[in-house]
Design a binder for this molecule. Structure first.
Ligand code: FAD
Length: 393
């Protein structure tokens, strides 16, 4: 049984509206009751539990802040709280939703035509169809703006050629958002590629040590034809891609908060239950110090995450601010989950105790949506006015 939430020491729930609190409880209940019992098994097998998709769909959270088209249109804070609540129980599940919603659906919402939004968003919002988001390539990760997949204009559409790597959900997604360089303008455009498009191949990446349930794929595009109506007209440069990344990076920053909360809950219960030297582990000064350090980190992480949401609401969130938040929160979460792993002793390395699973899941999150280093350098560029790395056009 997943332990009750014990990490809200400063009563930060008071910062949420009643609607946001209500949504949080709905998501928490579903995750604890329906999803927690099966996750370790799927994580270990590195399989995706397709049968939980309707349960997640019933929560009505896919599409997050998008208004209309059957999407929930909730506040950015509510969306962030959902990301954290899902990650508190299972980070793979939260990555699945974030890739689908905060990357795939948001790109269609920001860059799509009215007809594209009406065609794709309603079924994506219900999780009846699944999206993925393909930017990264085998040779272009941090340097994604230099990507080499090309889109060549032909009669009635485009021919896409190239490769993508690490793309979450891509082995089963119905709609693949693919970024490619327009050979006429040399700028980056985005295309909606359908699952069964001839020339498209997605192969699962095996042997991951974190987010094992998420199906990350290597994609090969061999002369894939995309009709004109499936090019997103609002994505015409890497700057447009960055608009999506700014919002999704804020959501990603809440995943480590949720992961840390779950690890804290596990440790809080474990230290009281397990005895050594005739006393519960919770009675020792060093274990209390670690637990309190984790708790302090969580309070600070939530405050930073919450403030970023408010900055976003008031139009004051800059690329540097969100990058600093993502980098700092993930590094604090790394410390927190590492302390948690230590507190469980030998059981801290068993996936069934969930702390080891959370500890491993944090590693890819530290790296995706901009590594710790790249996000630090984005903030560094903003505060100094000097770029330490060059983006391609
Ligand atoms: P590299 O860019 O090769 O970096 C290697 C190291 O060098 C890092 O430590 C990095 O910080 C450092 N480095 C690089 N450049 C600099 C510099 N200028 N200064 C200082 N240090 C530098 N991508 C998608 O498009 N869609 C997805 O759905 C997706 N899901 C992912 C899921 C997982 C589990 C993982 C692991 C990745 C996913 N990614 C996805 C890709 C992810 O965004 C990239 O892995 C990430 O941007 C880093 O790129 P890289 O792995 O190529 O590392």
């Amino acid at each position: 049984v997943f332990p009750p939430c014990t990490s809200d020491y400063y009563q930060l729930d008071d910062l949420l509206t009643p609607e946001e609190q209500g949504l949080r409880m709905k998501v928490r209940e579903c995750m604890e009751k329906e999803i927690a019992p099966i996750m370790a098994k799927y994580w270990e097998k590195a399989e995706f539990p397709f049968h939980v998709v309707p349960k997640l769909g019933a929560l009505g959270i896919a599409g997050g802040t998008i208004k209309g088209y059957g999407c929930p249109g909730v506040s950015i804070t509510a969306n962030a709280i959902c990301a954290a609540e899902i990650a508190r129980v299972d980070a793979s599940c939260s990555t699945f939703i974030l890739v689908h919603s905060s990357l795939g659906m948001l790109t269609i919402s920001i860059g799509g035509s009215e007809a594209q939004k009406q065609k794709y968003l309603p079924s994506l919002a219900q999780l009846k169809t699944i999206a993925c988001w393909g930017l990264t390539e085998p040779d272009y990760g941090s340097d994604a703006s230099s990507l080499k997949t090309i889109a060549t204009k032909v009669d009635g559409g485009w021919i896409l050629e190239g490769q993508k790597r690490w793309i979450g959900n891509s082995t089963f997604a119905d709609v693949l958002v693919i970024f490619a360089r327009n050979t006429t303008t040399n700028q980056i455009n985005a295309f909606l590629v359908m699952k069964d498009a001839p020339g498209l191949q997605a192969t699962k990446i095996e042997n991951k040590i974190g987010l094992r349930m998420v199906q990350n794929g290597d994609i090969v595009l061999k002369r894939v034809f995309v009709p004109d109506e499936d090019r997103l007209p609002g994505i015409n440069s890497f700057q447009d891609t960055n608009k999506v990344l700014a919002a999704s990076r804020l959501m990603v920053a809440w995943q480590p908060i949720g992961i840390s909360m779950g690890v804290y809950d596990m440790c809080h219960r474990y230290l009281k239950e397990r005895k050594q030297f005739g006393a519960p582990l919770a009675a020792f000064q060093l274990t209390q110090q670690k637990l309190v350090c984790m708790l302090g980190n969580i309070q600070a992480m939530i405050l930073v995450g919450w403030r970023l949401c408010k900055l976003y609401d008031s139009g004051k969130m800059t690329p540097g601010r969100v990058s600093l938040g993502k980098a700092w929160i993930t590094s604090k979460a790394r410390e927190t989950t590492s302390l948690g792993r230590e507190l469980l002793g030998g059981n801290g390395i068993l996936a069934d105790f969930l702390v080891a699973k959370a500890f491993c899941d944090l590693e890819p999150i530290y790296t995706y949506e901009g590594t710790y280093d790249i996000n630090t350098l984005i903030a560094g560029r903003e505060v100094t006015g000097i770029a330490s790395f060059k983006s391609a056009p």
